[in-house]
Design a protein around this ligand. Structure first.
Ligand code: CU
Length: 268
């Protein structure tokens, strides 16, 4: 029985470790500047935790066999614990977790606390049950006023984000259901939510941030690869949560300008 348990525990351990080493279900292509650092941090965390996982599971299997119920096996003895060992593994775990946190916090903070550069492309993201809307400030570079009173999610587009069309700065604002971004340009994002907390998650851009009602959360990123990338809402936000997805299209600067000009023209 002890040997069977050892075999099962070790088998589960090796099979699950294999899927990570072989990268069977791994991250999608990293199409943003932060991807290099984030993927490195991700891999480092997996390697360190993988070593701990392997050691713990191999140890568990071995001990299950070593102290099995059998005349030839050593009887197990009850232990009240070992203070020295407790201190050693608590300190080691603390160093590991605090160290990984400090390493990862650099990029996390730079995306949030450092302001975007003056040439960044401004996009406002609004999450609502169950859609994403993207607003561009137009030629004047200034977002027009919005008002909660004017928000009409069922109407979609400008009315959904509550655009105040009486404001001159709102005249050239463009609201779309698909997000276009120019490649290799910094993008200044502001995230809002209409009803409940949503989460704007673009795995390929290594971007994930809550959108919270009443808050305007600023972040920035720089897409580095042309392509179509899926957006998912990563916050359980209601019955239609599963269908709250969108698309980010990273295109050349030229295509971006053309697309934006066409949207402006549609408004006239
Ligand atoms: Cu949502």
């Amino acid at each position: 029985m002890g040997l069977a348990l050892l075999a099962v525990i070790w088998l589960i351990t090796f099979v699950s470790t294999y899927f990570f080493v072989a990268k069977t279900w791994w991250l999608p292509v990293g199409a943003a500047e932060a991807a290099g650092f984030i993927d490195h941090q991700f891999a480092l965390t997996y390697v360190l935790m993988g070593i701990v996982f392997l050691a713990a599971q191999l140890g568990l299997g071995y001990l299950a066999w070593r102290y099995r119920e059998h005349p030839s096996a050593k009887p197990a003895q009850y232990s009240h614990g070992n203070t020295k060992l407790e201190i050693v593994w608590t300190v080691l775990t603390a160093i590991l977790f605090i160290g990984l946190n400090l390493m990862g916090s650099r990029v996390w903070a730079s995306q949030r606390f450092d302001p975007a550069g003056p040439n960044a492309v401004k996009v406002e993201i609004t999450g609502m049950q169950f859609a994403w809307y993207f607003r561009y400030p137009g030629k004047d570079g200034t977002f027009g006023k919005t008002s909660v009173k004017l928000m009409d999610p069922s109407a979609g587009g400008e009315a959904a984000v509550g655009l105040d069309t009486s404001d001159p700065a709102a005249k050239d604002d463009v609201v779309t259901g698909i997000m276009y971004l120019p490649v290799d340009r910094e993008v200044d994002l502001s995230l809002r939510a209409v009803d409940v907390i949503h989460n704007f998650f673009v795995p390929s851009l290594r971007f994930k941030q809550d959108a919270v009602p009443g808050l305007n959360i600023h972040m920035h990123l720089r897409p580095t690869q042309i392509g179509d990338y899926e957006v998912a809402c990563a916050e359980l936000c209601g019955l239609g949560h599963y269908k709250m997805h969108g698309m980010v299209k990273v295109v050349s600067q030229e295509d971006f300008d053309k697309w934006l000009a066409a949207r402006e023209a549609e408004k006239q």
